[in-house]
Design a protein around this ligand. Sequence first.
Ligand code: NAD
Length: 483
Amino acid sequence: MPAALRSDLLVVAGRRQSARDGATTEVLAPATGEPFARVARAGPEDVELALAAADAAFDDGRGPWPSTSATVRGRVLGRVAELLRERAEDLAELEAWGAGHPIGDARWEVEAAARTFEYYAGAANKHLGTTIPIMDPGLAVTLREPVGVCALIVPWNFPLLIASWKVAPALACGNPIVLKPASLTPLTALALGDLLVEAGVPEGAVHVLSGPGSVLGDLLVGDPRVAKVGFTGETATGAHILRQGSDTITRTSLELGGKSAALVFADADVEQAAAATPMSVFANAGQDCCARSRILVERPAYDAFVDAFARATEALVVGEPLDEATEVGPMISAGQRQTSLDYLAIGAEEGTRLVCGGEVPERPGFYLSPAVLADASNTMRVSREEIFGPVAAVIPFDDEDEAVRVANDSDYGLSGSLWTGSSTRAIRVARRLRTGSLSVNSHSSVRVETPFGGMRRSGLGRELGLSAMDTYSEVRTVFFAEE
Ligand code: NAD
């Protein structure tokens, strides 16, 4: 564990500062359950300082960052990517301690954050306006302009990566940002704030406020100086944010919960699907919005799949984040683990069959071994509610129509997978599934180049790809009369 790590300063106006009232809070290491860092806890005065500075830095689009040319903004973001790579090992260790990620996953996360900055470095000067043929004499053009101060509120499951998905496109478009990490995992977000300033983002355009979402969120969302909220978190919090920002018509994009289905047809390579499935649901101890937590298997392949899936799950190495062999680390908190244990009890009452896992090992920290619940049905709570832990429900189905109906019968619609050996079935079923993302014969979910987001209660708007540039900018139409 890093000795006496302290990070008791916020990033306000690009500078490290204590909270105005001096408040700090402890951060626990999920691997030990013990405090390992102390960070500043922002309050109302800090929010006021940050918003005043960010508003001045925007200055109706005339401030230093929005008026920096898009090419130079891109260069600065490219430098952020370089700095992330230079500090990759330190940041990965910080994420491993703070979020409990296995070190290999944490390294991947830092590299994925660097790639995100690299992508938007390239996108900054390629986000184009248009000229539009019109009937009237004159010239009509559209301009792409920054939207204004962006409040970016992120969860604890991929702290650095999800922050980068919002910060990079928001800055590429010329907006000042106020980043609000989750209270449980503020450290890599604060470190990112330092890197942004070091790379050359003007001080007034960078603020990182750690502290309780219920207080800071309500102060940020609905403040008239905040033009745009980019949020990732629970569906209930997203609904609250929409209500908070309704009077000010605050632009809002929401990346929310999921209960994603993997469909395994009997004509698929069932062994391959079963071998790939454990990490599609148990990576990051199941705390992944895209986790394939409902696994639908066609009846002729059902027994073989459950058997192979359980064997592959039992072979996963559950262990300490800094151990290179670890594939599944601890959960984020005792409370989050208890929620999963509660759902295991609910699954037992509902009549599912626990095939493996669900054990709390005798060691400190918030560990829970990955659990497979077989013989579930889609009406059970374990199949309908987001558990956000290492619990998978396996559901048998009889034919294609039933598989599609069950997969779509969910409040959520974020991600999904489809395993089949038939290309015609792949096309047919892919078109009918109502999810923001879908992978065929693969469990991958997210790529920086492609839009990402949910249908139904999984969210509003799309992140990543060039879609994110649209959500962090306004389109303006200007008409030049010719006579
Ligand atoms: P959460 O909603 O509890 O918290 C997310 C963030 O919102 C935190 O920074 C929190 O402090 C803040 N917050 C809390 N109350 C707020 C309020 N009243 N106003 C404004 N902000 C507030 O979510 P969590 O537990 O940190 O994250 C897990 C959830 O996030 C899961 O539901 C998961 O599916 C979802 N998630 C979705 C995606 C996606 O891309 N769709 C990605 C990761 C996580």
